[in-house]
Every structure is written in structure tokens, then in C-alpha cells.
Design a protein around this ligand. Structure first.
Ligand SMILES: [Zn+2]
Length: 285
């Protein structure tokens, strides 16, 4: 099936495509829970099967996304220990992300979103969970961004075959992705150096730099810029309530900004509506 066939089929059944993508996304989110739990510890994500914290194996039917957690009302069946709400929330996020992609994005971008959004959710979950962001999914994001940009020029708004040479769009799209990787890396790298000199401590981790590169691969150089600065704003907004609360009580408050989830969120916003946002901003001045 070619991309054009898929587009025609999808245009006739947009709602069903979004629903199916949402159901697949729930299962993807369920797998991301396993990855977020095991990857930072260097464990295999395939074996052994799911286990409760007490060591009891979890039967397959309780692994159903969302439903399993709801049926158990958030407590383990074997030992009654509360199960973190992170599990159903990540499943729900996976489902909503893929459903939104297939409801609103053009088909080529929706295909790209199937790699981009789950990886962003995984990186954000790892950071929120353990402050440890594994390199493997981060580098996979960069590689997937470059490969998908070359295969699906629509990710960077390039036409498939409108030029005389049929590969023009593919090459231009890959070029945009490479420029995005370069811009994302350079920007995060310089901010890290300047920030480290200025603040006297590590300003950004390597994970932030690789993530900026990956967001550049999917969003081009302008996407990398947007993700970086938008992510900084989102990151500050995320810690602001906790910071104000701590200051009012005379405590020191949070010391680190959750930069990976903030970058991931800004990168996703750009992927969905970036160029329109910039047009809106330029048009309103
Ligand atoms: Zn248990």
C-alpha cells in the first residue's frame, strides 16, 4: 500500500483511524510503563514478564491498559500495595497522543508521530520517575527523525514528487532534519557551557542535548529553537507553583527544572501546530 492509498482510505474513515490509533496508543503506553521502569536500571524490557513489587507475577488480563488499573481500583491484587497513578496516566497519554495525531495531522506526519510521541512520553516518564534519562531511546529519537524525514518529506512540509527529479523532496526533507539536529545540538551545547560557567554547576545534562537534536530532526531548525525556548518557559511554569509554595514557607524548594518533559511537550506542540503558531504570532504584530 502506498502513502497515497493510505491517505485515500484514511480520508474516508478518519474517525475509525483515530479510534484505532488511540487503542494502539493505550497498549503502547502500557509498554512504555515497562520501559520507563526498567530501562534506567539497565534491565531487559522483554523478560521477565510483569511482576508486582512484591515479586508475584501479574496475570495478563490485569495488564489491560487503563481497565486493569480501574478494576483493581489502584491496588495490587496480590498484596494490596497501591499502584502509582503514573501507570494509567502514561497509558492514557499514549492513547490520546496517537488518537490526536491520527485525528488532526496529515497522514505522513501522523506516521512520523507514531515514533516521535511514544519516545517523547518515554523520555519524559523516565525523567519524572527517576531523573535518569537512558541514552538508547534518546538516540533512537534522533535516528528515527532522520530516517523518517528522508522517507516521508511531508514531515518537513516537502512535496513527494512535484519536482522534475523524484527524490528532490526526500533530499530537501533530510536536509531540514540534519539542519535541525545541528541547530538543536549547538544551541543546547552552548547554553550548557555558558550556564555551567555562569551558575558554577551543570546547567544541562547530555540527555537534554540529545533530545534537542532529536526534536530538531523532527521539527527542523525552527522546531529545535521553538522546543528549546518554549521548553524553558514550560519548565519554569512547571516548577513555579512549588517554588512559590516553598518560599512562602521559608523553605528552599525545588532545585532542578524538569527540563526533559518540558522540552518534550514543546517539541510535540511544534510538531502539531508549530508553523501555524509562528504565523499567528507574526500576523498579530
Ligand atoms: Zn504484590
Amino acid at each position: 500500500m502506498s502513502l497515497a492509498d493510505l491517505e485515500t482510505l484514511r480520508a474516508a474513515h478518519t474517525g475509525w483511524f483515530a479510534l484505532a490509533a488511540g487503542l494502539v496508543g493505550l497498549c503502547v503506553g502500557s509498554f512504555l510503563n515497562v520501559c520507563a521502569h526498567r530501562l534506567p536500571k539497565g534491565e531487559s524490557v522483554v523478560t521477565p514478564g510483569s511482576r508486582c513489587a512484591c515479586g508475584e507475577p501479574i496475570p495478563g488480563w490485569l495488564n489491560l491498559p487503563l481497565l486493569g488499573w480501574l478494576m483493581l481500583r489502584g491496588r495490587a491484587r496480590c498484596c494490596g500495595v497501591p499502584i502509582s497513578a503514573r501507570y494509567p496516566l502514561l497509558e492514557l497519554a499514549g492513547g490520546l497522543a496517537l488518537a490526536a495525531a491520527w485525528a488532526w495531522l496529515p497522514t505522513d506526519k501522523a506516521l512520523g508521530a507514531c515514533a516521535l510521541l511514544p519516545l517523547l512520553l518515554l523520555l519524559a516518564a523516565c525523567d519524572l520517575d527517576s531523573m535518569l534519562v537512558p541514552d538508547a531511546p534518546n538516540f533512537l529519537l534522533v535516528a528515527a527523525g532522520l530516517a523518517l524525514s528522508a522517507a516521508l518529506p511531508g514531515i518537513h512540509g516537502q512535496g513527494m514528487a512535484e519536482a522534475s527529479w523524484p527524490w528532490t523532496g526526500h533530499v530537501a526533507s533530510l536536509g531540514e532534519a540534519l539542519a535541525g539536529v545541528a541547530a538543536g545540538t549547538a544551541l543546547a551545547w552552548w547554553v550548557r557551557i555558558l550556564g555551567t560557567v555562569w551558575a558554577g554547576k551543570e546547567a544541562m545534562g547530555e540527555a537534554d542535548i540529545i533530545l534537542c537534536a532529536g526534536l530538531g530532526a523532527f521539527g527542523g531548525w525552527s522546531g529545535a529553537l521553538f522546543a528549546f525556548f518554549g521548553g524553558s518557559v514550560i519548565g519554569v511554569l512547571l516548577v513555579l507553583p512549588a517554588l512559590i509554595k516553598a518560599r512562602l514557607r521559608g523553605e528552599s524548594g525545588p532545585t532542578a527544572v524538569p527540563f526533559v518533559p518540558a522540552l518534550a511537550l514543546a517539541g510535540a506542540i511544534w510538531y502539531f501546530r508549530g508553523p501555524e503558531l509562528v504565523g499567528l504570532w507574526l500576523g498579530n504584530r
